[in-house]
Design a protein around this ligand. Structure first.
Ligand code: KIV
Ligand code: ZN
Length: 499
């Protein structure tokens, strides 16, 4: 059996620091439960001194989550450490994560201090945290830009003071894989007491190298990785959990294993994306909606003959039923139906399927790459305006600074004209609320994505929507120069597949 690689998830701390991604306590509990089911070893649940909301969330999570170790972040400040210990009071397995900046930038500009003083503060904070908990993790902020000799002195001293884990953050995402790996190896070889602690990687993605740096750290001796779901985090984000875990799983030359239930990866990724309102780029490794979509003819052919020709991971391993597009212009109706069902179109009538098949063949003749999105558009647009039981007749929104966004909609439902007015947090929300008043179905918005091509304010906005009803996912799409109208139409497009 290979050595264990500990997975330290910081979605709820470093990930949650992203503006616009803040979660309330209930949402944090939901994410924490999903991370627990995913099998993470350590769950960093927040920075308790930063706000009463963060403190409360940690208390509530501590009452519920028992398996993973719960970790709270602090600065090298006694008050922070006391508050963290308080917040973790109910936690069954707990850890305090304390530390200080060690690079020249931090020592000189942030602390106006000296290397010796910072070393003493590092030792003091670990000793203080040790009074409250057994497991103390020390972070050397901006270790990526700290000279290795000084970093080694700090690491040796904090381990002697009781640190059980030493975290080597590349805070600014500046390192290259070789440089970061060399740093870890340097610590392994030059810190006398290094065997008494676990070395942790914590890499940011500013140059797009977070996963490469993390893997390099592991190859050079790190045994804990600090990661977030979907790689969310400040600026360009943190290392993505799913990327490192799957790299360790499928590459034999990475000599470690994790205890992550990889089949839960996709589900957890969607949950985090939805709750944190952070869409996942379609080509995102492992969890993007095109991550397993083979669309070129050559790849389809290769996958048909043997999946492994073009697939290093089976989609099912990360919890995706089957996303390989194996449709060509020669594919039959049955194959098309199989793929439409996979995308959630379970209730197509035979004449709708015939219509979709005709459109598919036409498109497949013109276009080599038929993606999942193409299929969705085929079915979405497959219902002509005349066939649809649900049509948007009229939409007016009032919004702007210092006014409550209001929307009035008129729908044609099976020939009957109905109107409703509703308010919302913005014009789109108000429009959706008004539409919901007329459609008596319980739907949850799973994904809402607006894309513009040229970025000009006069550009066409393409809106993709996914809604959930009774466990089924329905997709809607529309495009318009008016994004509010496009959003309402996309919502109705999705709803019309249920109604
Ligand atoms: O990036 C970083 O240095 C951090 C530390 C606070 C651990 O997030
Ligand atoms: Zn960080």
């Amino acid at each position: 059996m290979s050595e264990k690689l500990y997975v330290f998830d910081t979605t709820l701390r470093d990930g949650e620091q992203v503006p616009g991604c803040q979660l309330n306590t209930l949402e944090k509990i939901e994410v924490a439960k999903a991370l627990d089911e995913l099998g993470v070893d350590i769950l960093e649940v927040g920075f308790p001194v930063s706000s009463p909301g963060d403190f409360n969330s940690i208390v509530e999570i501590s009452k519920i989550i028992v398996r993973p170790t719960l970790c709270a972040l602090t600065r090298a400040v006694e008050k922070d450490i006391e508050v963290a210990a308080d917040a973790l009071h109910y936690a069954k397995n707990k850890r305090i994560h304390t530390g200080i900046g060690t690079s020249w930038y931090h020592i000189t500009h942030k602390f106006n201090s000296t290397q010796d003083e910072i070393l003493q503060r590092a030792i003091a904070c670990v000793k203080y945290a040790k009074k409250f908990v057994e497991e103390v993790e020390f972070y050397a902020e901006d270790a990526g830009r700290t000279e290795n000799e000084y970093l080694a002195r700090v690491v040796e001293a904090v381990i002697a003071a009781g640190a059980t884990v030493v975290n080597i953050p590349d805070t600014t995402g500046y390192c290259t894989p070789d440089e970061y790996g060399t740093k870890i190896r340097f610590l392994k070889e030059n810190v006398k007491n290094i065997e008494k602690a676990i070395i942790a990687t914590h890499c940011h993605n500013d140059l797009g190298m977070a996963t490469a740096n993390t893997v390099s750290g592991v190859l050079n001796g790190a045994r804990q990785v600090e990661v977030t779901i979907n790689g969310i985090g400040e600026r360009a984000g943190n290392t993505a959990l799913e990327e490192v875990v799957m790299a360790a799983k499928c590459r034999k030359d990475i000599p470690v294993h994790t205890d992550i239930n990889t089949q839960n990866i996709y589900r957890t990724s969607r949950l985090v994306s939805t709750l944190m309102r952070m869409p996942i780029q379609p080509n995102k490794a492992i969890v993007g909606r095109n991550a397993f979509a083979h669309s070129s003819g050559i790849h389809q052919d290769g996958v048909l003959k043997n999946r492994e020709s073009y697939e290093i991971i089976a989609p099912a391993e990360v919890g995706i039923n089957d996303s390989s597009i194996v449709l060509t212009a020669r594919s039959g109706r049955h194959a098309l139906q199989h793929h439409l069902e996979r995308l959630g179109y379970n209730h197509l009538k035979p004449e709708q399927l015939d219509d979709a098949y005709r459109k598919f063949l036409k498109l497949a003749d013109r276009k080599k790459d038929i993606t999942d999105d193409d299929l969705r558009v085929i079915v979405g647009v497959g219902q002509t305006e005349a066939q649809r039981r649900l049509k948007l007749k009229y939409l007016q929104v009032v919004c702007g600074k210092s006014s409550i966004p209001m929307a009035t909609v008129q729908l044609n439902i099976d020939g009957e004209i109905c109107s409703a007015t509703a308010s919302g947090t913005g014009p789109v929300d108000a429009s959706f609320n008004a539409i919901k008043q007329l459609i008596h179905r319980k739907v949850t918005l799973e994904e809402y994505l607006v894309q513009v091509i040229t970025r000009g304010s006069n550009d066409i906005g393409k809106v993709h929507i996914q809604i959930e009803n009774k466990g089924n996912i329905y997709y809607g799409f529309s495009a318009n120069t008016d994004v509010v109208t496009a959003s309402a139409e996309a919502f109705i497009d999705a709803l019309s597949k249920i109604v």
